[in-house]
Design a protein around this ligand. Structure first.
Ligand SMILES: C[S@@+](CC[C@H](N)C(=O)[O-])C[C@H]1O[C@@H](n2cnc3c(N)ncnc32)[C@H](O)[C@@H]1O
Length: 185
């Protein structure tokens, strides 16, 4: 039987960066509150957070999409998805910055986005989301306190578009940013 806790231990032993337990708890709360049907994760390594979130949204037939640039990571994700029988996860082995995200979504919008990629590219990710976010889309961005110094492109983008945000501290040294609604102004 697939054990998500064992996947966490395995990722930690191999230094694969995955979400903290605090972020995990926060995501569970947000997903239960917002009840999204179409979710996107930016991006998901070997699928730890993907499997975790997919199991929550599956109760309402929700689907979770993502891309993963690392082919070995993508292959491991496929293995973990099949082993955990998490069939509402859909991933592709591409560099997400090189292709339009809407191409991979059957509906051309998302209800919920979790951002956990390369910190220096967070501004580019938000620009890419412009075409698929609606007024109701919720975006959660991870690691915004610990890696504040790497988030120049994110803060530049938010200032340019005059987008309001909230930051929730989840641990002594880290937390998440929450954006509500369309990123396009
Ligand atoms: C922090 S890890 C994600 C961990 C995941 N959220 C979890 O907790 O299980 C970030 C991943 O983004 C991938 N990545 C970075 N830039 C990417 C891009 N442009 N397109 C697709 N994947 C990318 C990296 O290969 C890495 O596996």
């Amino acid at each position: 039987m697939f054990d998500l806790h064992q996947l966490r231990t395995n990722c930690e032993a191999r230094n694969i960066p995955i979400i903290s337990k605090a972020t995990e708890g926060f995501l569970a709360k947000m997903l239960k509150k917002t009840k999204p049907a179409v979710c996107l994760e930016i991006w998901w390594a070997v699928g730890y957070s993907g499997i975790y979130m997919a199991n929550i949204i599956n109760k309402r037939w929700g689907k979770l999409y993502s891309l993963e640039i690392s082919y070995p990571g993508y292959r491991e994700w496929r293995y973990n998805t099949i082993a955990s029988q998490t069939y509402n996860l859909i991933s592709y082995p591409y560099n997400a910055l090189e292709i339009p995200l809407e191409k991979f979504l059957p509906q051309n919008h998302v209800d919920f986005v979790f951002v956990d990629g390369q910190k220096a590219q967070y501004g580019s990710y938000l620009a890419k989301l412009e075409n698929i976010c609606t007024d109701k889309t919720v975006i959660v961005i991870d690691d915004v306190i610990k890696y504040h110094h790497k988030l120049i492109s994110l803060y530049w983008y938010l200032a340019k578009k005059q987008i309001n945000y909230d930051i929730t501290k989840l641990e002594d040294d880290d937390g998440v940013m929450i954006l509500h609604g369309r990123t396009k102004k």
